[in-house]
Write a protein that binds this ligand. Structure first.
Ligand SMILES: [Cu+2]
Length: 133
């Protein structure tokens, strides 16, 4: 049978039937994909940050951290109603978070060894030093 032989209504019903029958396999595929991504992320060290820094009172807590090359630092804006905006401009590595809403989490992975100043574009006195070994 050719598709053109069907009425519009029948074609819609057929589509619905296809979606209903396909829903379970699609859900299983998505779950398997998510688990695979999670496993890969864990293997590659992407799933969990190796250090966590809090932005509170217009300061970074703690103000410095030492990590290994390839590690990820998570920066959490714990300042109730303040925006922050971290950036790194170090030549061999740069980063810009954009505006960080209160409660938001920003993950920065450092691929190159060195010492980095993480600054806030909104509060010039805010400074976090990241030592990457
Ligand atoms: Cu700030």
């Amino acid at each position: 049978m050719q598709l053109g032989d069907r009425g519009g209504k029948e074609a819609n019903m057929s589509l619905g039937a296809v979606l209903r029958s396909a829903r379970r396999p699609i859900a299983v595929a998505v779950t398997a994909g998510a688990l695979t991504a999670l496993g890969l992320g864990t293997l590659m060290g992407l799933a969990l940050p190796q250090a966590s820094i809090s932005q509170k009172g217009r300061e970074f807590h703690p103000g410095s951290v030492s990590i290994k090359r390839g590690d990820t630092v998570r920066i959490v804006n714990d300042d109730g109603d303040l925006l922050h905006h971290v950036y790194i401009d170090a030549g061999k590595f740069s980063f810009d978070s954009g505006d960080q809403e209160p409660g938001s989490k920003t993950d920065i992975t450092f691929p190159v060894a060195g010492d980095y100043d993480v600054l806030c574009a909104i509060h010039p006195k805010m400074k976090l030093v990241v030592h990457v070994q």
